[in-house]
Design a protein around this ligand. Structure first.
Ligand code: SF4
Length: 401
């Protein structure tokens, strides 16, 4: 039985290969991004604040000192700072400021009663234990009017738009989870604390939206479980990926970026790319030259025809060559493919049963249809002996970012 989580589903969507490394091959890495480290320390500090709140409200100074202590005790050598313009202290100070802002915003913390902190929820989507989602809710509160609130802390450095919250899967799944735990869960507010911006964002879900979410989640889990080839999907998130040494898209960069200049230039891969790039540049230069030569030839052709007409000749002699000017009748069919003229012509030919004589199979369109399975399976089955699948490697050159 596989327990899925919000981050597990998200990882598959972000990059199937990263998903495979992490969840199927279970390759563990010591590296931790500074953003994740900061997030963990903030969450732990909030946990203390709300656990203590059952008995007493701890002071801001106490909380900051708790955070500082956590930071120092947990900081380790494998913390990764991707944004080179930032320092460890930038992040540490950001965490402190988030705590101060949060404390001031919610002081004296009497908006609702906290029912649970870091609450584990299991969502059995279809009730048959086939599709299970597991998650930990940062905090669950209940207001005086009985409304439940699912709170989530985010230390992220970017604030999403409202549409993101209205479509977010994580807290909506948690809502389904707590509705199965407590019978009196009727009205639920989903709340995100974007603490780096001192912002509280919220959203609600209708029963219909929760049903749609369940269906979409089942579709996604089925897709994951039926995936045979976990392909890499590059994005800005690659900078935070813990598997650059294993990923075919990043492996060579990972291997070479730490080399000294002369070692780098002697790497076989680097040499190949540099040679390829220089030939590609030559090809572009030649293409430009050929264009210019074609233009000149076109001008000369016009001059030759003019001369031949003027002299009433069809052959013009040169030193080693001669030019022959000939004329033939050319048929030009009106309109472009798909134009109204072409459609009208095709219709006439079809009516006259002549279309077969002038049409050929569009193999490009057929390849696309087969690849994207645009036709029904039974149709594809009938033509299956007429095509094969083969993997073709291609090479494309682009500038390094
Ligand atoms: S480096 Fe990028 S493409 Fe490669 S596995 Fe990681 S996220 Fe995927």
């Amino acid at each position: 039985m596989t327990y899925y989580s919000y981050s597990r589903l998200g990882t598959f969507e972000d990059c199937p290969l990263k998903y495979k490394f992490n969840y199927l091959d279970k390759i563990k890495r010591d590296e931790e991004s500074i953003e994740a480290f900061l997030g963990s320390r903030f969450h732990e500090t909030m946990e203390k604040l709300y656990r203590d709140l059952r008995y007493r409200l701890c002071s801001l100074e106490e909380l900051i000192s708790y955070y500082e202590d956590l930071w120092s005790k947990n900081y380790h050598k494998d913390i990764l700072i991707v944004r080179r313009e930032r320092t460890v202290d930038d992040y540490r100070n950001l965490g402190r400021r988030c705590i101060e802002d949060y404390y001031k915003r919610y002081y004296p913390f009497n908006r609702g009663r906290t029912l649970a902190i870091e609450k584990r929820v299991i969502v059995d989507i279809n009730g048959d234990r086939k599709y299970l989602i597991q998650g930990y809710i940062d905090r669950i509160d209940q207001l005086a009017d009985g409304t439940y609130e699912i709170h989530d802390y985010k230390t992220s450095g970017s604030l999403p738009e409202q549409t993101y919250f209205d479509r977010d899967r994580q807290l909506a799944l948690y809502q389904i989870g707590i509705q199965n735990i407590w019978k009196d869960v009727k009205k639920v507010n989903l709340i995100w604390h974007y603490v780096a911006f001192d912002k509280e964002m919220s959203s609600v879900r209708s029963p219909e939206e929760l049903e749609t979410l369940k269906k979409d989640t089942v579709v996604l889990i089925n897709k994951i479980e039926n995936t045979e080839e976990f392909l890499p999907k590059e994005s800005a998130l690659c900078s935070w990926c813990p598997y650059p040494d294993l990923c075919p898209r990043q492996k060579h960069n990972y291997k070479t970026e730490k080399l000294l200049v002369n070692e780098y230039l002697n790497d076989d891969g680097v040499k190949l790319v540099n040679t390829f790039a220089s030939f590609d540049l030559k090809k572009k230069e030649y293409k430009e030259k050929i264009k210019e030569i074609d233009k000149e030839l076109e001008k000369l052709k016009e001059a030759v025809i003019k001369y031949a007409v003027k002299e009433g000749i069809e052959v013009i002699m040169g030193s080693d060559h001669k030019l022959k000017i000939s004329e033939k009748q050319k048929v030009s069919i009106l309109g472009k493919k798909g134009s109204s003229e072409r459609k009208a012509l095709e219709e006439i030919l079809r009516r006259l049963n002549k279309i077969e004589e002038v049409s050929t199979l569009d193999t490009f369109a057929l390849e696309r249809i087969i690849k994207d399975r645009e036709w029904d399976d039974d149709i594809l089955e009938k033509i299956k002996d007429f095509y094969t699948f083969k993997k073709v490697k291609s090479v494309s050159l682009s500038k390094k970012k």
